[in-house]
Design a protein around this ligand. Structure first.
Ligand code: F6R
Length: 364
């Protein structure tokens, strides 16, 4: 059942290329993204006010990437909400808004309650769900399924990957419909998105390198992930994955926020995992990494192949291939998932069933 892999989590990470193809290719026609929801016409997309992305845990983190992509590509305001906050906050929703509910299982109680709240306010709800016929899929106005196949490991990996893909498809169609992206640019991004299944294969093949890296950090008590923009969104997810399965305390910060308090926790030997894949803020993140290094941090820097890393900034540098900055999260998440996986394995943890956690949280 694990297809020769020692754990479901590793099997599921390796299923990501197939999940990407299954999720994206049926939604590309004439090289353009198609949402395949008859009611969500281009005209309707042009009239959307604010997009609200709502979910829990990893699904909410996918929403963070979605927000960044929607704002960058379509210039439409987007908000991310934790479902358990959204449902009790009396959120401000306007009839022209769209609520996007994100859930792998489609059964998370807080997420379902958030959906029902949005519907009771008359706001249209689009659900991005993996499990066909689940409660969330049934309650939503529109559904875009992710085709990850069954996800068994408690830690979500391949489902997150394809949640990102669907959010990119949505952001691209929204941008195209609203004239924010030309047809040519839209086709370019769509082709790049389809190509993600190939882009991540070398990252999966790098697993021995990541395992070695994990072996050098296996006794870590506490660590920090930092990044800006898309890299901040990935910091949140990389950090969650690590703590939930390896039981290493970990926190994620927007890189520029560190000096507003957290830097007092940076002492000799504390690992700082710095994500610097975005060209527009590269120098800024590097300079934050340097600040931690000068206070004794061990800096693991994830950046792109051709980025120039100044002397003395990083203890270790992990290089990704060149890929469009906006789509880079699809490539970057793979080594972060593998790092969490190998940390958990080397620390002797029950990788697929971490303590205190359930695959589907049906109580609030
Ligand atoms: C983390 C994880 C959880 C879930 C969260 C939402 O690896 O799996 O954070 O993402 O419980 O679950 P779904 O997506 O089923 O609503």
């Amino acid at each position: 059942e694990k297809g020769g892999y020692p754990h479901f989590m590793l099997k599921e990470i390796n299923e990501e290329p197939a999940a990407i193809t299954a999720t994206v290719s049926p939604r590309v026609e004439n090289s353009l993204p198609e949402l395949r929801i008859p009611e969500l016409t281009d005209e309707k997309l042009r009239s959307i006010g604010t997009v609200h992305l709502v979910g829990c845990g990893t699904a909410m983190h996918a929403g963070m990437v979605g927000k960044t992509a929607i704002e960058a590509l379509a210039r439409v305001p987007a908000e991310v909400d934790i479902a358990s906050e959204f449902r009790y906050r009396d959120p401000i929703l306007k009839p022209e808004d769209l609520v996007i509910i994100i859930s792998q299982s489609g059964e998370t109680s807080d997420t379902l309650a958030a959906l029902k709240l949005a519907k009771s306010r008359g706001v249209p709800v689009l659900a991005i769900v993996n499990v066909v016929g689940s409660s969330i899929a049934r309650a939503a106005d529109y559904v875009m399924y992710t085709y990850a196949g069954p996800e068994i490991a408690v830690a979500s990996t391949k489902a997150y990957m394809v949640q990102l893909c669907v959010l990119y498809l949505f952001a691209l169609r929204l941008a195209y419909a609203r004239g924010q992206l030309t047809e040519e640019k839209t086709k370019y991004y769509t082709a790049q998105l389809l190509h993600a299944s190939e882009v991540i294969k070398p990252r999966l093949a790098d697993c021995e390198q990541i395992k070695y890296l994990a072996s050098r950090y296996v006794n870590t008590q506490s660590c920090f992930f930092i990044g800006r923009g898309f890299d901040y969104a990935l910091s949140l997810e990389g950090s969650l994955k690590l703590k939930e399965i390896s039981y290493v305390h970990s926190d994620a910060y927007a890189a520029g926020e560190l000096k507003h308090g957290t830097i007092s926790l940076i002492t000799d030997g504390v690992p700082v995992i710095a994500l610097a894949t975005q060209k527009n803020v590269y120098e800024k993140t590097i300079s934050n990494a340097k600040e931690t290094r000068s206070r004794g941090a061990r800096v693991l820097l994830f950046t792109t192949k051709d980025a120039e890393v100044p002397e003395g900034v990083a203890t270790e540098v992990i290089r990704l291939d060149e890929y469009d900055d906006i789509l880079m999260p699809l490539q970057l998440i793979v080594p972060l998932q593998l790092f969490a996986y190998y940390m958990a394995v080397l620390r002797g943890c029950d990788v697929d069933k971490p303590r205190n956690l359930a695959k589907s949280v049906t109580v609030e």
